[in-house]
Each structure stands twice: as C-alpha cells, then as structure tokens.
Design a protein around this ligand. Structure first.
Ligand code: SF4
Ligand code: SF4
Length: 422
C-alpha cells in the first residue's frame, strides 16, 4: 500500500513557457564540495585566467567529481561562502569577464556511439550529479557493473512550488528522448517509463507528439500523492514489484529528469554542469518563475534580476521545497547543482510545539513504516537502533500531519545522522 497524502500544490505561480536566463553575475563563488567531500586539491591560484567549464579543483575521495568554473574570467581568491546546508564552505571566487569562453570540443558527438566505460568516464569528468537534491554522483550508478533492465525517468516533482523539472521536461523534450534512447542502446536497457504527475498534462501532450519512433519508451501519469516521487514507491507502482531497499535490486534504475538533461549536455558537448534551472517562487517575490542560472551565483542577485521582493521585510527562504527542504539563513547563499528551487515566503507557520496527543498519525503515514514519535522520545541508544531511524528518507510527512506541530522530521533526521555516524 502506498502511504502519503495530497499536499498543497502552488505550482502554477512559477510556470512560464521558457525559463529566463541570468548569466551576468559579476562574480561566482564555486563551492568546494562534491557530494559529501570537502577535501580538494585546488588547481588554480589568484590571477589565473579560467575558461567556462574548466576543472579548477579535484578530490581523490570516494564518490568525488571535479569542480568546474561556471564562467570565463580571473580567479580572485578562496573565500568562505554559505552553502545550501547553511555551512560556510571554502569557495573559489572568479570574476566574470562575460565572454563565456570555453574549451573547444570539436564536432557534436553522436551520443549513442559511446561504450559504457566512456559514458561513465564522461559523466565523472563533467560532474553530473542527482539534480533533485541528493548531489550523488551519477557516474557511480552507471558504473556499478549491474545489469540495468528497466529505466524510470522521474519527472514527478512531488514538492509544492517546485517546477524546475517541469520546465526542463517542457523546454528540452527532444533532447531528453534522444538521451534516454542513447542510454537504452548503450546499456541494452529493455524498457523505459517517463513518470509524470497528472498535473503535468502539457508535458504528457508534448511527449506524445515527440515519442512516435521511440517504441520502448512510454509515459505514465502517477497519482497526485506526496511521496509518489520516492523511487521505491515509483518503482513499485509502475512495475508492480516489491522493493526492499533500492530499485536496482530488480535491475531498475531511476533517474531524475533534470539529471537526464545534464547527461545529454555531457555526452553531446562534454559540457559539465555549470548552470541549472532553478525555481524561484513564493508570495514574497514580485515575479516567481524559473531561471537558468550559473552555479555559484548568489541567490539574491537572481531575485533582484527577476524583480526582487514584494516588500523590504526580510522573507523566509526555503530551499528545495517545504516538505523535504530547509530554511536558508541568507540570500547570500550561492546556487548549487542540487538546488532545485528557492521559495521566498512572507510568513511561515511558527507556532510553538505542543504536547503529543498520541494520535498515531505520524506512524500511520510514514512511508517507511517508522514510528517517529517513539524514535524522538527514546533515550536508550540500543532501543533507538531497533526503531531504525536510518530508514528515514526525510519526506516530512510526519511533521506535516502532526496536529501538535512537533518538528518530527528534523528530530528524526538528527537522530538518523548520529546513528549512521556511529
Ligand atoms: S520519519 Fe522520516 S520517512 Fe517517516 S514520515 Fe517522518 S520524515 Fe518521512
Ligand atoms: S502525529 Fe504528533 S501528536 Fe500524533 S502521535 Fe505523532 S507526534 Fe504525537
């Protein structure tokens, strides 16, 4: 049984036909982070000239990938800047010369002509990651030497407000189909399903127009139920199989739609992820919309570019959605590869937590069948482990449903991280 609920939608306010482009930051601040690694060899020094897409730092740690410049221009210094998780992170500051100079790569590549090893190497060198928020390196998934029989393209985008995946799908439909087709040929994948929400009727219509000759690719609408985008539920719903942990148990790979477009640009042009589409939404913005923006651009510059805030009052900023995201301390934070959206709100629910009334709703709704209230109240470490906080996917349904406004998600995640670290 699929657990979850319909959550408020608020998507229409940021949807436009094409994303706006902002490529004029005076400076970019490229964070030295790849997945969870922060240990880098820096390959540039102040006053070095760098090209857009040039590798400026490398790490030898596991799951790592190179760091690229998102502009052409002069390296200035290393500076601490706020990262998406509100931590101050070493970042390479580059002054943009606005010339967009990049390394010549010759002719466009035929993207189905690569071997598996070449695909894995290109995805690694281009720093392709899960762009829906997890920042996990994509090359690792394709290099696991496990047979991929089926592919699911996740365009469900369950979170309220966010429409960046929607915009990618609608703006680059033919490129996405070309990429899926190439991956299917190279990895000998038998079948692919593109999953969208009922809400995204336009995407379904567009895909139907393009999909004609791609006989092994189909489109399926999934119910408007929050957590439907979770890869376990999505796989179980689409292929009627039981997944214990990961879809790859059944040789099924789930890939986010924005990541597929990143793979396209890497295979076609050897272009790393140096920019992405980000949703800017919420009632504190004059003109909510999607913007194609360079990695390392401060959020406030993009917000000013699209018209700014409605009032002078500092809004609440939530990154990557109200259910699974978190509050940002400042709009000085820079755009990262795993930033799908920034929501600026005039007010948020700041009501005090009340006592638990033992209604059981948090336990009944948890998609991983955890007991959030027991996890947060348990003091004995061994007993906590028996409640499996490590299984929490941070979906936020427990906090959403709790009538006592208890911040269950944050507390369970905190315990989960401590248990995992031990
Ligand atoms: S405990 Fe974790 S997985 Fe369960 S509902 Fe809460 S946030 Fe979601
Ligand atoms: S939903 Fe809230 S009030 Fe109900 S049992 Fe869980 S923590 Fe207690």
């Amino acid at each position: 049984m699929i657990r979850g609920t319909k959550v408020f939608n608020n998507k229409n306010i940021s949807i436009t036909s094409m994303p706006l482009k902002y490529n004029k930051p005076d400076y970019v601040y490229i964070p030295l982070v790849s997945y969870k690694n922060k240990n880098f060899d820096i390959l540039v020094k102040p006053d070095d000239y760098v090209l857009k897409g040039q590798v400026i730092a490398r790490s030898k740690d596991k799951f790592s990938f190179p760091i690229h410049s998102s502009v052409s221009g002069l390296v200035k210094e290393i500076q601490k800047r706020k990262y998406i998780d509100n931590e101050d992170i070493d970042s390479i500051v580059i002054e943009n010369d606005f010339l967009e100079k990049e390394k010549k790569i010759g002719n466009k590549h035929k993207i189905n002509s690569y071997s598996i090893e070449e695909v894995v190497e290109i995805l690694k060198e281009c720093g392709i990651v899960g762009m829906s928020g997890n920042n996990f390196p994509t090359y690792y998934k394709y290099g696991m030497e496990l047979k991929i029989k089926k592919l699911i393209i996740n365009a469900v985008e369950s979170e309220s407000f966010l429409t960046s995946d929607f915009t990618v799908l609608n703006s680059y439909t033919s490129e996405i189909l070309e990429t899926i087709d190439a991956l299917m040929e190279i990895f000998k994948i038998e079948e692919c399903v593109i999953a969208v929400k009922d809400f995204n009727k336009k995407a379904v219509d567009d895909l139907v127009q393009y999909i004609g000759s791609y006989t092994k690719i189909s489109i399926k609408s999934v119910p408007d139920n929050y957590t439907m985008g979770w890869e376990k539920y999505l796989t179980e719903y689409l292929f009627k199989v039981k997944i214990k942990k990961y879809p790859m148990e059944k040789s099924i790979l789930v890939e986010n739609i924005s990541t597929i477009f990143g793979i396209y640009e890497a295979l076609k042009y050897r272009k790393p992820i140096v920019e992405r589409i980000v949703t800017f939404s919420g009632d504190a913005l004059k003109k909510p919309q999607n913007v194609l923006v360079k990695i390392g651009t401060p959020i406030k510059e993009v917000i000013n570019f699209i018209g700014g805030y409605i009032t002078d009052k500092k809004p609440y900023l939530i990154v990557n959605g109200p259910m699974m995201g978190h509050c940002l301390e400042t709009d000085d934070t820079v755009i990262t590869k795993n930033m799908c959206g920034v929501i600026a709100l005039n007010k948020i629910d700041t009501s005090e937590e009340m006592d638990c009334i033992n209604c059981g709703k948090c336990t009944n709704i948890c998609p991983n069948r955890l007991a959030p209230i027991l996890i947060i109240n348990e003091k004995n470490v061994n007993n906590i482990k028996k409640l499996h906080p490590e299984k929490c996917i941070g979906c936020g349904l427990c906090s959403y449903i709790c009538p006592s406004k208890i911040h269950l998600r944050e507390k369970v995640l905190d315990i989960r991280d401590k248990v995992i670290q031990k």
